[in-house]
Design a protein around this ligand. Structure first.
Ligand code: AMP
Length: 295
């Protein structure tokens, strides 16, 4: 596996691959790898001839009072894990090269960046869209793999790629979880023992909502109430938001009519966790009224 720090070396490497007709996938990350990251890397390897993993703790996507300085980092461990997973190139540029003095060009995906995580992290998705655009310009990948755990991020990137005619296929990857349902995250390392016990509250709340919908309860206020009640029954939890709405527009809805996104952000102690699921009403529930007419 090659470890590349310089932007120009990265460009040269990709050019060589492209000349040979090889396809390239990128997996953008902030490092401190876990099984979720590795699963994305394997998915990339199964679809493209060459896999680039970017490792960059992007200062632009952290707010002033967020955890940029204490974000977990372990380059040696990450490099070993990526290599063992079959990654061809670990691209780890310096912040001073990505954001040189005088940098002033930002990508803003207007509507999709507001609401959900955008409410408490107003500049976050501008930072995300800008770094991903820069990575796409530097690496020129045929495809990019993103985790569905960061569902709003995925939709922001999809919109950016569409709006800016970027020739990159965006591939969504399922959420990888601990045995008790907690979505894997580099930030889970912040949790102490007691907080770790409360952390599965998010996954359990999503499951409660899924069951309600399968049983035919399509009322958004009732589902949100049940989700909040479950999370609040755990120690050390504070809800940031519970969102239920359209998975593409990310607009909230009053009633579940088709596939809908249930997304959560919850503080567990001082750690903010996110999770989500797509709620799928059964066809027979969605059409119940029509069917009863036929009988
Ligand atoms: P991060 O390093 O946290 O910025 O994440 C890098 C990529 O890994 C993003 O596309 C995330 O959505 C994805 N990712 C993080 N955690 C998980 C997980 N538990 N399951 C699947 N993908 C994940």
């Amino acid at each position: 596996m090659k470890i590349i720090k310089s932007i120009s070396h990265m460009r040269k490497q990709v050019l060589m691959w492209k000349k040979k007709g090889l396809s390239v996938a990128i997996v953008p990350t902030m490092g401190f790898f876990h099984k979720g990251h590795l699963s994305l890397m394997r998915a990339a390897g199964s679809r493209a001839d060459r896999v680039v993993v970017s490792l960059f703790v992007n200062p632009a996507q952290f707010g002033p009072n967020e955890d940029l300085n204490r974000y977990p980092r372990d380059f040696e461990r990450d490099a070993k894990m990526a290599e063992a997973t079959g990654v061809n190139c670990l691209f780890c540029p310096d912040a001073k090269d990505i954001y040189p003095p005088g940098f002033q060009t930002w990508i803003r995906v207007e509507e999709l960046s507001q609401g959900l995580c955008g409410t408490s992290r107003p500049e976050h998705f501008c930072g995300v869209a800008t770094i991903v655009a820069k990575l796409f310009i530097i690496v020129q990948p045929n495809m990019a793999i993103f985790g569905q755990k960061d569902f709003q991020q995925l939709q922001v990137i999809r919109r950016m790629v569409k709006d800016l005619n970027m020739p990159v296929r965006i591939i969504a990857h399922h959420i990888v979880r601990e045995p008790d349902g907690l979505a894997l995250s580099s930030r889970n390392t912040y949790l102490n023992v007691k907080e770790r016990e409360s952390a599965p509250a998010l996954f359990q709340a999503l499951k409660i909502a899924e069951k309600m919908v399968v049983r035919g309860n399509l009322s958004v206020p009732e589902i949100i109430r049940a989700v909040k009640r479950h999370i609040q029954s755990f120690n050390n939890t504070k809800i940031d938001y519970v969102f239920l709405g359209h998975p593409e527009s990310l607009r909230p809805c009053q009633k579940i009519v088709g596939e809908s996104l249930l997304a959560l952000a919850v503080w567990v102690g001082k750690t903010r966790l996110i999770d989500n699921t797509l709620l799928k009403p059964q066809v027979n529930h969605a059409n119940r009224k029509d069917k009863s007419k036929d009988l």
